[in-house]
Design a protein around this ligand. Structure first.
Ligand SMILES: Cc1cc2nc3c(=O)[nH]c(=O)nc-3n(C[C@H](O)[C@H](O)[C@H](O)COP(=O)(O)OP(=O)(O)OC[C@H]3O[C@@H](n4cnc5c(N)ncnc54)[C@H](O)[C@@H]3O)c2cc1C
Length: 269
């Protein structure tokens, strides 16, 4: 199957890139495995114009918008290999070729290994004060500090949100009821009532399909791009959490847009 552009990943970054490319009448195939990192969250915090919108709701609206563009196709699937000459293989064996590839596969957020934490991830256990801090204001907030640096970074921000902040350096488990955090359990068994727990959850690029390309990296761990999303390999662009030092939906949309503008400029007429 041939296209002008293959977009790998249909989260905020990939769908925004496809929207911009499709509106320029480029033939676009979006391949998406359908697992955006923010899916567990009730709502997207801090995105202008999207008050109380669920992450999957925003993407469903985006896909409906793309369905109106005749040159954009969406495929549910997983890209397993991206080659420098811009051919892409999917897990089901489908082979795609294009003039440009936009990588928008997002990141895996490494959450601490604490019993009871995984089921509260994205709701009562969160990592980003800009995303969910406002919704946690004036509640009993806990911080599981991963390091002195992590605490020094977050304590001033969390102190803006609540006067009731407890900092933990070790936690044995979390007690929840009705899918909400009730208490942090300390190693000695003491329970500290908390409504929300902030944790470190460093994002790592989801790059299994293209790690072999050896794309240049930037600090912290992300794909290096120029102002128009161009990576160090010609014809390969990247957007979203793959390239963003401070991941957020607004950044994903912005970098998806920029990569699409870069592709359009580079492909010409
Ligand atoms: C729990 C949580 C809550 C968050 N809350 C907020 C918030 O409230 N506000 C905010 O602004 N930001 C929030 N963020 C950050 C925000 O979710 C990300 O910055 C944003 O989703 C990044 O968009 P993206 O398109 O790069 O990646 P994603 O949204 O993760 O989308 C990537 C897509 O690519 C697909 N994919 C991956 N690999 C492949 C492959 N090989 N082949 C095909 N498809 C593939 C995935 O399945 C997924 O559908 C949160 C993050 C987390 C983890």
């Amino acid at each position: 199957m041939n296209a002008d552009v293959i977009v790998i990943g249909g989260g905020s970054a990939g769908l925004q890139a496809a929207l911009t490319l499709g509106r320029m009448r480029l033939d676009v195939v979006v391949v998406d495995a359908g697992k955006p990192s923010n899916a567990p969250a009730h709502a997207i915090g801090g995105l202008l114009g999207a008050h109380d919108v669920a992450p999957l709701g925003l993407l469903a609206t985006g896909r409906a918008q793309l369905a109106e563009l005749p040159s954009v196709r969406l495929i549910h699937g997983e890209a397993t290999s991206v080659e420098p000459h811009r051919s892409v293989t999917l897990a089901d064996g489908t082979s795609l070729t294009a003039r440009a590839v936009v990588l928008a596969t997002g990141a895996d957020y490494a959450v601490p290994d604490v019993p009871g934490l995984a089921e509260l991830w994205g709701t009562s256990v969160i990592h980003c004060p800009f995303c969910h801090g406002w919704e946690s204001r004036d509640s009993r907030i806990g911080l599981l500090a991963a390091s002195d640096e992590h605490a020094a970074h977050l304590v001033p921000m969390l102190s803006r949100l609540t006067a009731d902040l407890e900092i933990f350096d070790a936690v044995a488990g979390l007690r929840s009821a009705d899918s909400a955090l009730r208490a942090v359990v300390l190693p000695d068994g003491t329970e500290v009532p908390r409504d929300v727990l902030f944790v470190a959850a460093p994002p790592a690029p989801r790059d299994a399909a293209f790690a072999h390309l050896g794309l240049e990296r930037a600090e912290p761990d992300r794909v290096a791009v120029d102002a128009f999303g161009r990576t160090s390999t010609a014809g390969v662009y990247a957007a979203g959490d793959l390239v963003t030092p401070a991941p957020a939906v607004a950044q994903a949309l912005a970098t998806g847009q920029r990569a699409a503008v870069g592709v359009t400029r580079d492909l010409g007429a």
